[in-house]
Design a protein around this ligand. Structure first.
Ligand code: ACO
Length: 329
């Protein structure tokens, strides 16, 4: 008798704040402050056409709860069935309590564990791997894993090289204990010597803001690093699962830039129809980008039960990682 316990994705959900800002809208807004950009520049360099931005006062936990409700319903569960909440975010509502605790309270869940994971744009892959370990170890039966961000809050809106790249949103999955394998393999990595190429190096101390809390990035260094580690990590996680790369049905990398995505798919020899792209409509939503794209793929019929999905994160830290999963729902 097989007594191995696995974790499988039982449901997904997503939420985008309703305000859509096109590149032209953004260019017009920046022009009022004599900052020049254009739809043509943004589309050519990044593939981004629009982003969703949260209204003032709307927080990460507000977005997270909407995505979570959908994922729980999609899994055919009730909030009280959830015994673990892991939220990946770099834009938490507060220093503490964790956004996961706020989500737990807003969903009316009593009991179980709740905590945040901070790995920037790799956050969801880190959170999913963490929850997978909890479920497989028997410490959780139904884990809610969320990636949620209001990155618009940490952007320097006077820096055109970064402010055009990001958006706000949330995506969620329910990861449930299962007799059949869902998550097949996962790998996480970090290289703390590369902190400076992508950071928001400020904090609150002594009652003041210390340092520079806005996102700063060396775009070309990030680009090179991202394509190198994503390719290596995709090959390694497939090797760990003993699955050939061409058996992957859908590649869902972190949605930073369409040039990174196309370059990666070419390097992995994956055809365009196996690459999920949402960066054009969502922009870069950091930890939310992979679960948002996964939910879109399922709703659009591009990710179906039985298929192999390769999810990848890469971002500040520098951090990166991959999760290979067979969809059962
Ligand atoms: N509009 C118009 N011009 C701009 C803008 C803008 N929004 N931003 C920068 N420029 C100008 C620069 O000032 C520069 O002008 P100059 O030649 O007169 O000095 C010129 O465009 C070229 O700037 P570069 O920074 O060299 O542009 P590049 O081709 O490298 O593109 C980009 C920048 C899109 C950021 C690119 O480096 C990139 O894709 N990097 C990957 C990083 C990424 O996607 N990060 C997302 C967050 S990280 C993550 O999620 C992992």
């Amino acid at each position: 008798m097989n007594t191995t316990r696995y974790a499988a994705i039982a449901g997904t959900g997503s939420y985008l704040p309703p305000r859509i800002v096109s590149n032209d809208d953004l260019a017009a807004e920046l022009a009022t402050r004599n900052i020049e950009t254009s739809d043509a520049w943004i589309v050519e360099r990044t593939g981004i056409r629009q982003r969703h931005l949260a209204e003032r006062g709307v927080t990460t936990s507000d977005l997270a709860v909407e995505a979570a409700r959908q994922a729980i319903q999609d899994a055919g569960l009730r909030p009280e069935d959830i015994d673990l909440i892991v939220v990946a975010t770099s834009t938490p509502d507060f220093v503490f309590p964790s956004t996961a605790c706020l989500v737990q309270s807003k969903l009316g869940i009593k009991g179980g564990a709740a905590f945040d994971v901070q790995a920037v744009c790799s956050g969801f892959v880190y959170a999913l791997t963490t929850a997978d370990s909890f479920v497989r170890a028997g410490r959780s039966r139904h884990a809610l894993v969320i990636g949620a961000e209001v990155f618009s809050r940490i952007l320097d809106w006077n820096d055109r090289s970064t402010c055009v790249l990001f958006g706000d949103g949330a995506g969620a999955v329910v990861l449930s204990a299962s007799d059949a394998p869902g998550v097949l393999a996962a790998q996480l990595h970090a290289d703390g010597s590369q902190t400076k190429i992508l950071c928001a190096a400020g904090n609150v101390a002594y009652g003041e803001v210390v340092g520079d809390p806005f996102l700063r990035m060396d775009g070309q260094a990030v680009f090179k690093q991202a394509v190198t580690v994503l390719e290596r990590s995709a090959r390694a996680v497939c090797a760990e699962a003993d699955v050939p790369l061409d058996a992957v049905d859908l590649l869902i990398p972190h949605q930073a830039n369409v040039r990174i995505l196309n370059f990666l798919a070419r390097k992995l020899d994956l055809p365009a129809d196996k690459l999920m792209v949402t960066v054009d409509r969502h922009a870069n939503t950091s930890a939310a980008s992979v679960p948002l794209a996964l939910d879109a793929a399922r709703r659009e019929g591009r990710a179906r039960p039985g298929q192999l999905v390769l999810m990848q994160g890469v971002g500040g830290g520098f951090t990166w990682g991959s999760v290979l999963a067979r969809l059962t729902a």
